[in-house]
Design a protein around this ligand. Structure first.
Ligand SMILES: N[C@@H](CCC(=O)N[C@@H](CS)C(=O)NCC(=O)O)C(=O)O
Length: 238
């Protein structure tokens, strides 16, 4: 990591990201659930797999969002690392059970939600290629994996929802929300009534409503969107 990436910041936490990324959304939802929005300065960073962002790479060589700069100036990346950092360092820790079977079940379901997102992002990249370049075997395999993971969520939902809101709920809600945003052609609800009902209830939470993805304007003007408040543009390095 470069020296500049370790400079302490005066403003507390700095979150680099934007309103479309479902991985950034996980972090934004954690911040809202924990009530620590006032400690976070948001900086819009735009990046894509084929276009690395040089500014962002000063902090995260992988050029991925979310990237969080801690108050000590440490750049953290990968949404799951950032979410656990926030929950641990900004007590009370409510999103990650400390130990025992509950912890491992929660992390397992969180990995399921995050893994669905990984597969959906790959799927979208593949299906956005010109038709002649698309690989049907890859498209088919991603379809099979995403649907199998959704089936597991449906099957285990009574256990998943037995606890209060935790990181697994955040990750699964982001995965289902991303399906609705980018894969509206897939009717995942029809064979999964428990997941449908669960998301309907979960989507009433401010953390869900205020982080809905948007490309042009935020979906609701009635309440402030997470990415509409005090968001700073990325400053080019001198
Ligand atoms: N595993 C990472 C995935 C983050 C990720 O892939 N973010 C996308 C935006 S949705 C990105 O930054 N893509 C740019 C790239 O892949 O180079 C996490 O959980 O944070």
């Amino acid at each position: 990591m470069s020296e500049s990436a370790r400079q302490p910041t005066a403003a507390g936490l700095i979150l680099r990201g934007g309103p479309i990324s479902p991985f950034v959304r996980k972090v934004a939802m954690c911040i809202i659930e924990k009530g620590i929005e006032s400690r976070v300065q948001c900086v819009r960073s735009v990046t894509a797999i084929a276009t690395p962002n040089i500014e962002l790479q000063r902090f995260n060589p992988l050029s991925k969002i979310p990237t969080l700069i801690t108050a000590e100036g440490l750049a953290l990346f990968d949404s799951d690392v950032i979410c656990e950092y926030l929950d641990t360092e900004y007590p009370p820790a409510t999103l990650y059970p400390a130990r025992g079977p509950t912890r491992w079940l929660t992390l397992r379901w969180c990995a399921l939600g995050s893994g669905i997102l990984d597969a959906l992002v790959l799927w979208r990249t593949e299906r956005n290629r010109p038709p002649a370049q698309q690989m049907p075997t890859i498209l088919g395999a991603l379809d099979v994996k995403v649907n199998a993971a959704l089936d597991l969520i449906e099957y285990e939902l009574p256990a998943i929802q037995a606890s209060g809101v935790d990181i697994s709920h955040v990750a699964i809600a982001c995965a289902l929300g991303y399906l609705d945003f980018r894969f509206s052609d897939i009717n995942w609800r029809s064979s999964r009534p428990r997941a449908r009902a669960w998301l309907e209830e979960f989507s009433q939470r401010p953390a869900f409503r205020r982080t809905l993805p948007y490309e042009v304007s935020s979906p609701s003007e009635a309440e402030p969107h997470f990415w509409k408040q005090a968001v700073f543009p990325e400053a080019p390095s001198s």
